[in-house]
Design a protein around this ligand. Structure first.
Ligand code: ATP
Length: 235
C-alpha cells in the first residue's frame, strides 16, 4: 500500500531523512521507533505532504505522491494524526470529528464511521458537545484518533499518540489501536517513543536513527536484537 524508496527530506539546507526505504502492506500494523530527532515526524510529514522530499519516491496504492498535492492526499485515503494532537480547541468534540469527515468517503460513510468510533471511544459520545480544548490529554488524543478515522482512511498514520499521557491512559489508547486494527483490518503506521508496546503490537517494526533505517523486522526479531534491547527496551 505504501512504498517509500530512498527518501531524502529536511528543512532548508539541513537533511533529516538520508535515504529511507520502507513498505507497509495492506492491513499491516507497522511501528517506527527511534530516538528524538531521528526524523520520524519528518517521515510522516513527507507522506502527508507538508514536507517536500528532495529525493526518493513515495508511492501510495501505486500512485506517486509527488504528483498529488497535499490537500488531495486525505482524499486518497491517507490520514495523519499528528504529534501533539492539533485539535480545534474551541470547537466541540463532534465538530472536530466532522472536520475529519471532509473526504468523499468520510462524508458518504459518516453515520456508520461515527457509530464505530463512538463504540471504540464511548467517552466521546458523553462529551460530544464539550469544547475539545477543555478535555483531558487522553480524551483529546481519543478525539485526534477518532477524527483520523472519520475520514474513512486506508492508511492511518499516528505520531506518538501516547505523548504526555499517564501510563494507564497510554495503555488504553494502545489497546484501542489494537482493537481497531483487529476489527477493521485498517492499515496503521505508528511512530512511538514507547518502544516496547509499539513493537509488541505491530506486525513489523523499523528502527530509524539519524535519518536512516538501521534495523527492521518482526517483534521477535527486533526484541532479540542486542542493540534494540539495550537502547530501547532497557535490558
Ligand atoms: P521527536 O520524537 O523529537 O519528535 P522525530 O524523530 O520525530 O523526533 P523530527 O521531528 O522529524 O524527529 O525532527 C528531525 C530533525 O529535524 C530534528 O533535528 C529537528 O530539530 C529538525 N526539525 C524538525 N522540524 C523542523 C523544522 N520545521 N525546521 C527545522 N528543523 C526541524
Amino acid at each position: 500500500m505504501l512504498e517509500i524508496e530512498d527518501l531524502q527530506a529536511g528543512y532548508g539546507g539541513s537533511p533529516v531523512l538520508k535515504g529511507v526505504s520502507l513498505s507497509v502492506g495492506e492491513g499491516e500494523f507497522i511501528s517506527v521507533v527511534g530516538p528524538n530527532g531521528a526524523g520520524k515526524t519528518t517521515l510522516f510529514k513527507a507522506v502527508s505532504g507538508t514536507v517536500r522530499p528532495s529525493a526518493g519516491r513515495i508511492r501510495f496504492g501505486g500512485t506517486d505522491l509527488a504528483e498529488v498535492p497535499v490537500a488531495k492526499r486525505p482524499h486518497l485515503g491517507i490520514a495523519h494524526v499528528p504529534e501533539g494532537r492539533q485539535l480545534f480547541p474551541s470547537l466541540t468534540v463532534m465538530e472536530n470529528l466532522e472536520m475529519g469527515a471532509s473526504t468523499a468517503a468520510g462524508q458518504r460513510d459518516w453515520a456508520r464511521n461515527l457509530a464505530r468510533v463512538l463504540d471504540w471511544f464511548p467517552i466521546l459520545a458523553e462529551r460530544r458537545n464539550q469544547l475539545a480544548g477543555t478535555l483531558s490529554g487522553g480524551q483529546q488524543q481519543m478525539v485526534a484518533v477518532a477524527r483520523g478515522l472519520t475520514s474513512a482512511p486506508k492508511l492511518l498514520m499516528l505520531d506518538e499518540p501516547s505523548m504526555g499521557l499517564a501510563p494507564a491512559m497510554a495503555e488504553f489508547i494502545f489497546a484501542r489501536l489494537v482493537e481497531i486494527h483487529r476489527e477493521s483490518r485498517l492499515t496503521i503506521l505508528l511512530v512511538e517513543q514507547r518502544v516496547a508496546e509499539a513493537l509488541e503490537f505491530a506486525d513489523r517494526g523499523y528502527v530509524l536513527e539519524a535519518g536512516r533505517i538501521v534495523l527492521e523486522g518482526t517483534h521477535a526479531v527486533l526484541s532479540a536484537d542486542d542493540r534494540v534491547r539495550q537502547a530501547y527496551l532497557g535490558m
